[in-house]
Write a protein of this length. Structure first.
Length: 118
């Protein structure tokens, strides 16, 4: 069985998603179906795609799902910056979230390169 939980990037993206869910609880109620939902879905997509990709039958497929996870991480990076600019998160929350998502993105890129290049 191919265990996605063995990957540090999955662990970090899972912890990031938990933190993001907690922080977005204080977003305005009118954003529940807008920014809050978009941020949560994009964030959740990162560990989900790692898990799904790892369950596939080939490294090529795993690489494809890591690429999708990387795109979701880039989306999250922008959305947390937007959230800061509209004052839904403060500078400290932004710095904390941003440093974590940048770390996840770097880890995804490194793992993707490793898998892709064999």
């Amino acid at each position: 069985m191919r265990n996605f939980r063995n990957y540090e990037v999955w662990k970090k993206s899972h912890q990031f998603t938990l933190l993001l869910y907690k922080i977005t609880q204080k977003f305005p109620k009118e954003e529940v179906f807008g920014l809050t939902s978009q941020l949560r879905r994009a964030s959740l997509s990162i560990p989900t795609n790692i898990a799904e990709g790892k369950a596939r039958n080939s490294e090529k497929e795993f690489s494809h799902f890591l690429n999708i996870a990387s795109g979701s991480a880039a989306e999250v990076e922008y959305l947390i910056e937007f959230s800061k600019d509209v004052k839904y998160i403060d500078d400290d929350e932004f710095l904390k979230l941003n440093s974590k998502i940048v770390e996840v993105r770097k880890m995804l890129n490194a793992l993707h390169s490793k898998i892709k290049n064999g």
